[in-house]
Ligand binder design. Structure first.
Ligand code: F6P
Length: 319
């Protein structure tokens, strides 16, 4: 193998830097050159490519964001864009590419692999919406950030006997909401995977109030709708003062947790080793605590499994 390129694509996620570090150090250990591609596929199209060495990745394992920066490129999704990207890699003598991102980024990697580039994809997104893996890099950190915020919101919500609707990210997936809600003891959790009944939610809030409960937290996944609308509906139905908080982009930043750093380090290490074994068009996953890899086409076919048991437990515990 001559050279490996590496890029981060889509929404950034804490732990991406730890994965970049692992790729670079594993490659250097194996005497393979590594090139960093800036701004994801958009930077690849512009030839924003530079060599990385062990010093380029010093002091980054604990940092949020991505030193390579990230983007979403519409042009790369076209035939012309993909052809140009493959040519740029070949101009730089880069025959293998490691992509860290979500399933949209995996599709890009697959397109390049169809054009003769050896590709390995690593799941990196706070949404944890990738079906082939139990965890993607960044989810655990985002979850802990959301949980910390819910704790703070609970303090002020209690002081004022209020309801607070906390909106979390996740695109069309309810993973952050479900687990932040379960861990944060939310009264209700609203996720795109499950229908909700406003009357039931309101009755539960009022039952809690009658029992002397000082606060109620509702965790709302962004895929269900906007917190503002929801606050009005709840206040109207219950007559209880209701506030809303959109946690927004704080969920995407911050120092990665130990879990994310370990996940990223192991996946980055595996990615280089798969390339050294002449594997291509593979996605790295962790399933039932086992690290593995699978064909990208197969990986993209797998739908994220909604954890109905966790949802049920959260409901029972918040009775
Ligand atoms: O995929 C990560 C994510 O943060 C989603 O949770 C959110 O819907 C989206 O990205 C926001 O994207 P952008 O950074 O383009 O606003």
């Amino acid at each position: 193998m001559k050279r490996i390129g590496i890029l981060t694509s889509g929404g950034d996620a804490p732990g991406m830097n730890a994965a970049i570090r692992a790729v670079v150090r594993t490659a250097v250990y194996n005497k393979v050159e590594v090139f960093g591609i800036k701004r994801g596929y958009a930077g690849l199209l512009e030839g924003e490519i530079e060599p990385l060495n062990i010093y380029s990745v010093a002091d980054i394992i604990h940092r949020g964001g991505t030193i390579l920066r990230s983007s979403r490129s519409e042009y790369f999704k076209t035939e012309a864009g993909q052809k140009k990207a493959a040519k740029t890699l070949s101009d730089f003598n880069i025959e293998s590419l490691i992509v860290i991102g979500g399933d949209g980024s995996f599709k890009g990697a697959r397109a390049l692999s169809n054009r003769g580039v050896n590709t390995i994809s690593i799941p990196g997104t706070i949404d944890n919406d990738i079906g082939c893996t139990d965890y993607s890099i960044g989810f655990d950190t985002a979850l802990n950030t959301a949980l910390d915020a819910i704790g703070k919101i609970r303090d002020t919500t209690s002081s004022h006997n209020r309801v607070n609707v906390v909106e979390v990210m996740g695109r069309d997936c309810g993973e952050i909401a479900l687990f932040a809600g379960l861990a944060g003891g939310a009264e209700s959790i609203l996720v795109p995977e499950k229908d909700y009944d406003l009357d039931e939610i309101s009755d539960k809030l009022l039952r809690g109030k009658d029992r002397g409960k000082l606060h109620s937290i509702i965790v709302l996944a962004e895929g269900v709708g906007n917190f503002d609308n929801f606050c009005h509906k709840i206040e109207e139905k219950t007559g209880v003062s209701t506030r809303g908080t959109n946690l927004g982009y704080i969920q995407r930043g911050g120092n990665p947790t130990a879990f994310d750093r370990i996940l990223a380090s192991r996946m980055g290490y595996m990615a280089v080793n798969l390339l050294l074994d002449n594997k291509t068009n593979r996605v790295i996953c962790i399933k039932n605590n086992v690290y593995t890899d699978m064909d990208t086409n197969e990986a993209l076919e797998i739908k994220k499994n909604f954890d109905a048991e966790a949802y049920k437990i959260a409901n029972i515990l918040s009775i």
